[in-house]
Ligand binder design. Structure first.
Ligand code: ATR
Length: 286
């Protein structure tokens, strides 16, 4: 708040600004984002009005314009809007260009600026867990939109190599080709994971867990002390967690990544970066 030319007799609250924010998606009713951002607001003493707005691809432009007219200055986009959102931005950051998807919008003078904080959110969580991607041999199972979002930031941390395997091999090969200029990356069918030296970090990105399945990976393509990280959380994480348990591997779910990408979005909107650990602890208590 800017005060000049007179003396105020009332205490001026720190961070008196209120932020009108929302997540857009379909379905979005069960999104954890409103809860996460309220927890961030409480942690930092920032007033946050964060809602969940149902919108399909055709409705996004209109609903976003209405949100802006109503004072909205920041938004998250989730499935199925991340690609459609890109077209509504006047500027986008490098990870969003690489992934061809935005998960965060911030209103600036010339319109919406788009960001993709998913990959950096994963890195924030890996840092929290003490898993440094630098020099690691990383195996990624799945080649959908989520992988496109994490590959750029992950390769920036200079792993020894990244192998992307997928049920539909061509999707993995296409992603590998697209990101080849950033590091040592190859793509192929699931069985090709066992080619070359074993990997020491397994990232599971498929949606098979939503069908109660774990994608079968040869244990031999992983080192004895390899750990597993699932981009899913909740019930969708259960089959992979069980697979890791059966194969003697430490595993982590993707809730930390969700909170991590949210913390980076919150920073873009407010200039303040929340600590993810207390928020994760609060969510785990729910
Ligand atoms: P997201 O944005 O979450 O990555 P997506 O783009 O729909 O979602 O990608 C889903 C991923 O899960 C894909 O890699 C998909 O494999 P295909 O490209 O062959 O479709 C993978 N997937 C989904 N169900 C699977 C299953 N039952 N077994 C193996 N892979 C599966």
């Amino acid at each position: 708040m800017f005060i000049c030319g007179h003396i105020s007799f009332f205490p001026v609250p720190v961070n008196a600004q209120s932020y009108k924010l929302a997540v857009f998606g379909q379905p979005v009713a069960h999104s954890l984002s409103p809860r996460i951002h309220r927890l961030f607001g409480e942690q930092l003493g920032i007033d946050v009005d964060y809602s969940a707005i149902e919108a399909d691809i055709d409705e996004l432009a209109e609903k976003l314009a209405a949100f802006r007219a109503d004072g909205g200055t920041g938004a998250n986009l989730t499935v199925p809007l991340k690609q459609a959102g890109l077209r509504l931005c006047t500027r986008v950051d490098r990870p969003a260009r690489q992934a061809h998807a935005v998960n965060t919008l911030h209103l600036e003078d010339d319109g919406w600026h788009g960001y993709n904080t998913d990959g950096a959110g994963l890195l924030l969580d890996l840092d929290r867990l003490g898993i440094d991607p630098a020099g690691r041999r990383i195996l990624i199972v799945g080649a959908g939109g989520a992988v496109a979002g994490i590959l750029g930031p992950l390769l920036d941390r200079q792993p020894a190599c990244v192998t992307v395997v997928n049920r539909t091999a061509e999707r993995a090969e296409r992603l590998a080709d697209k990101f080849a200029h950033l590091g040592d990356i190859r793509g192929g069918e699931i069985d090709s994971a066992s080619e070359g030296s074993p990997h020491d970090l397994l990232i599971q990105s498929t949606s098979a867990g939503h069908e109660g399945k774990a994608v079968p990976i040869e244990r031999a393509c992983l080192t004895d002390d390899a750990s597993g990280y699932d981009l899913n959380y909740g019930t969708a994480h259960a089959p992979f967690a069980e697979w890791c348990r059966q194969h003697g591997m430490m595993t982590h779910d993707g809730l930390g990544m969700l909170v991590g990408q949210a913390a980076l979005a919150f920073n873009i909107w407010t200039g303040k970066r929340p600590d993810i650990a207390p928020t994760l602890a609060a969510l785990s208590r729910d």
